[in-house]
Design a protein around this ligand. Structure first.
Ligand code: NAP
Length: 284
């Protein structure tokens, strides 16, 4: 039987509708969730990402700003701007679009964000909270993957989840979130020996590498759930993930498409985190 699709586009609609409703309630109490997106330089991909984020904010009724700076802005100038956003009560979430130009220490910039406004979940406080199982902002991409698993009522308890990729923004936090739900987690990376042997044991596979056709059908156990985080271009310039979608669909029980899968969920969880940050300002 062919795998069922977990559509990030459809799930996003449901979550964004609920965010819109919650924004109305918050606004009636005098709080309009505000997100500030900071872009340095003219990276075309980053420009597309930030435009999509700001547009999504407008659609759910947030207040949002897009602050763009030339690529030669000094680190001190940028830090000054972050401090002013930290102090701005209209802004509940701050997102610095990465990568930053080489002369700027991105760690220093991210660590300058007030943790209560770290809606991207990249601050060391957020990462620490995730490790310790404490409340905090979860990075949007793996958070979106968890929502996708939740949407099919998938019980991770005792399941073997294999995460391919160990970046700070996807692979590592993904593994911790799966662990938090009582999965047995294996993390694979570029030095992993015999990846196929490991993925064949998996009930859930999250592919987050950035390589076309990294996961082929012979690497997937029948009935496994496959989440494709990858964003690549194939030989024809078409957007695709890390998973050989057609062939793996014949083996898996559920699969996420690219496009229309994890991508839209990432922005949706950014909205969710920003809403939560705004909501917290009401709690004395
Ligand atoms: P990254 O920082 O480049 O990390 C890639 C990871 O893949 C690394 O941990 C690397 O291992 C591992 N890897 C490389 N080759 C491998 C191989 N042959 N076998 C197993 N593991 C291998 O990338 P990222 O930021 O995590 O992003 C991963 C992918 O997700 C990219 O395509 C990116 O565009 C996409 N992405 C999508 C979204 C979305 O919203 N849809 C958001 C973020 C990222 P080492 O650590 O050993 O180098």
């Amino acid at each position: 039987m062919r795998a069922k699709l977990i559509s990030g586009t459809e799930l996003s609609k449901i979550i964004r509708n609920s965010v819109t409703q919650r924004v109305k309630v918050l606004s009636s109490k005098g709080v309009i969730p505000g997100l500030s997106v900071v872009l340095v330089g003219e990276n075309p991909a980053s420009q597309v990402y930030v435009r999509n984020k700001v547009k999504a904010c407008e659609e759910v009724g947030f207040f949002s700003t897009l602050d763009t700076y030339p690529s030669d802005i000094s680190e001190a100038e940028l830090l000054k701007h972050i401090h002013s956003l930290n102090a701005n009560p209209k802004i509940h979430g701050i997102l610095v679009q990465l990568p930053l130009p080489k002369h700027i220490d991105s760690t220093r910039v991210i660590e300058a964000i007030d943790p209560s406004k770290d809606v991207d979940g990249f601050h060391i406080s957020s990462a620490g909270a995730l490790v310790k199982g404490l409340p905090g902002f979860w990075p949007c991409t793996p958070f979106g993957c968890m929502k996708m698993l939740e949407s099919i009522n998938y019980d991770l308890k005792g399941k073997h989840a294999v995460v391919i990729g160990r970046s700070h923004i996807v692979g590592k936090p993904m593994a911790l979130m799966l662990l938090d739900k009582n999965a047995t987690v294996t993390i694979c990376h570029s030095a992993t020996v015999n990846l196929k042997e490991i993925t064949l044991q998996a009930d859930v596979i999250v592919a987050a590498v950035g390589r076309v056709n990294l996961l082929t059908s012979d690497m997937v156990k029948p009935g496994a759930v496959v989440i494709d985080v990858g964003m690549n271009r194939d030989d024809h310039g078409k957007l695709c993930g890390d998973v050989d979608f057609e062939a793996v669909s014949a083996v898996a029980s559920y699969i996420t498409p690219v496009p229309g899968g994890v991508g839209p969920m990432t922005i949706t969880m950014l909205l969710q985190n920003t809403l939560d940050a705004a909501q917290k300002t009401l709690i004395p």
